[in-house]
Design a protein around this ligand. Structure first.
Ligand code: ATR
Length: 291
């Protein structure tokens, strides 16, 4: 994703992904290629940020048009915005910020939730035990979320809206309990997740960085517990096939990669960044070429 600096001029819109770590992020590659393909005058950069509040104090003078927000800043980013979309407010986390050019005000959104939930619903439609034909295939199922950070909140909130029952499993039990109380669900420590009584149609969603590059040998739940699930989703997309997904597939379980969530949330951000309809097939093609 080399920027073509000869093409950058005063009208070029500059975007970036605020994250730590950030070098694994495929957003710059994706947006720069798509901007180029649709002749949108914009560039998109990696922004390695330790403290997001400090970032906005220090860099408020810079002329960014918008940002994506990644681990671990999705919750802290809410406080950095002047206005936050009501859905993102109830999730308590954002992954997209638009800066209004007239007065520099920052508007926060959450596009993770839409991308992830539609990818899981799509995955369930093809799986045995697909659920009701009219409502969401998530309705009535036990939806287990591993993690209690910003991405976890978005997923738990989205699944709850679709009628699923929520169980939060986290390394730090107190954070699991707090999130479960917020969205309306139960909590368990991650160490105890393998001991929950199995039931039909359970869904497992990992929202932590366990198994992300370079720690590809790690997994949040041991293989013997995976066979009880109808579908396993991993929010990680680098690598596309995590150890969790590989082992779930070996157990005959339907899997959904974080790449689907990534593509889904990217369509939405692209439309907010550019005001143009997202070329969905192009997003998929670019991501498949780079994964
Ligand atoms: P984000 O907002 O992007 O979701 P976050 O707030 O840093 O990121 O949340 C990361 C989540 O991954 C947390 O639930 C964290 O567990 P703790 O609450 O116990 O810190 C979880 N997590 C990260 N690394 C982990 C690891 N090695 N083992 C278990 N859980 C981990």
């Amino acid at each position: 994703h080399l920027y073509n600096f000869r093409q950058i001029g005063p009208d070029t819109k500059v975007f970036g992904v605020i994250s730590k770590p950030v070098s694994h992020s495929k957003s710059p590659k994706l947006y720069n290629e798509v901007f180029n393909s649709v002749s949108f005058n914009g560039v998109y950069a990696h922004l390695l940020v330790d403290d997001i509040a400090k970032f906005f104090q220090t860099y408020s003078c810079m002329d960014f048009a918008g940002f994506s927000v990644g681990i671990p800043h999705k919750e802290a980013a809410v406080k950095c915005c002047h206005e936050v979309d009501p859905v993102a407010k109830s999730i308590g986390a954002i992954n997209c910020i638009i800066r209004r050019p007239t007065d520099g005000k920052l508007y926060g959104f959450n596009t993770d939730y839409v991308g992830a939930i539609s990818a899981i619903e799509e995955g369930l439609k093809g799986s045995p035990n697909a659920g009701s034909v009219t409502g969401s295939p998530l309705a009535g199922r036990l939806f287990v979320v591993i993690g209690a950070g910003g991405a976890s909140k978005a997923l738990a909130y989205g699944a709850k809206q679709k009628g699923a029952r929520i169980l939060i499993a986290n390394r730090t039990y107190d954070r699991a309990r707090e999130l479960a109380d917020t969205v309306g669900g139960d909590a368990v420590s991650l160490a105890d997740l393998c001991n929950i009584p199995p039931e039909d149609g359970m869904i497992l969603a990992n929202t932590t960085s366990i198994g992300m590059q370079p720690n590809v040998g790690d997994t949040p739940l041991s293989k013997h517990a995976l066979k009880y699930y109808s579908l396993v989703f991993d929010a990680i997309y680098t690598p596309k096939m995590t150890r969790l997904l590989r082992e779930a597939e070996e157990c005959g379980v339907t899997i959904v990669s974080g790449l689907e969530m990534f593509i889904g949330q990217a369509y939405e951000q692209f439309e907010k960044f550019t005001g143009l309809p997202a070329p969905k097939e192009l997003f998929r093609k670019v991501m498949e070429n780079h994964s």
